[in-house]
Write a protein that binds this ligand. Sequence first.
Ligand code: ADP
Ligand code: MG
Length: 237
Amino acid sequence: MKNIDELIKNVEKYKNALIQQNFKSKKNTVAYVVLDGKPRIVKWFAPGFKRQMETEYSTLRKGSSILNMPISYEKDSDNNVLLMNYIIGENLCDVINDGKTVFSENQRIMVLLADWFARFHRYFKTEDQFYIRGDSVLRNFILADCIWGVDFEESRAGKPVEDIAGMCSSILSTDPMCTSEKFQLCKTFITAYEDSVKWNLENINEEFAYALLETMCRRGDKLSKKEADEIVKRINL
Ligand SMILES: Nc1ncnc2c1ncn2[C@@H]1O[C@H](COP(=O)(O)OP(=O)(O)O)[C@@H](O)[C@H]1O
Ligand SMILES: [Mg+2]
């Protein structure tokens, strides 16, 4: 992954950017900067990820005036950069997994998160298909006075259950993993989502087990399908 300094040094329009914070990112380079006196998130896409940049830009353009998603000010196709507004808050992965966050607060957050997904799916749904956010992991949410979603490069047509299963897999598999509290949080999240939408989450158990296998496999951890099914059963849906 490249360093944001490289962009600032080599591209005239970013020359005056003052770096405030670098973010953890899987493959892109993401930083909070002050550019021409304005706070901005710079998302510099890895080479070969132009299509993902287009997807993120069009999803933000469509959703950000209605939903809690960043506003994208500029798509700089020459340099593979998106400029967005900076959402002040705490990363949801850190909040949920912080031992100091009390259980009732995590439960409240689960209901807010379910509401974020219900709104997203409702807004982007067309007559014949659903559109999902993709890459549904805790790290792609920010907690301020409400919940904000970020990172829409994997948004696509799909089934809402894929997003919900992905989210539960992220909740369970981030450290501390699979605690009894985490199982309850997943249940609260799923129930709150189901209560606020008109459609069903088809095959949630199967999708959840599949999402868990995928998450663990990506991390290089071994998990059998049987073990994944056992874990999912503990949620008692
Ligand atoms: N608009 C934003 N405001 C505040 N923080 C953001 C914003 N966009 C991204 N971030 C932070 O940067 C991190 C990485 O950005 P993200 O778009 O998820 O990149 P990647 O696709 O590489 O995962 C996020 O997890 C989040 O913490
Ligand atoms: Mg991300």
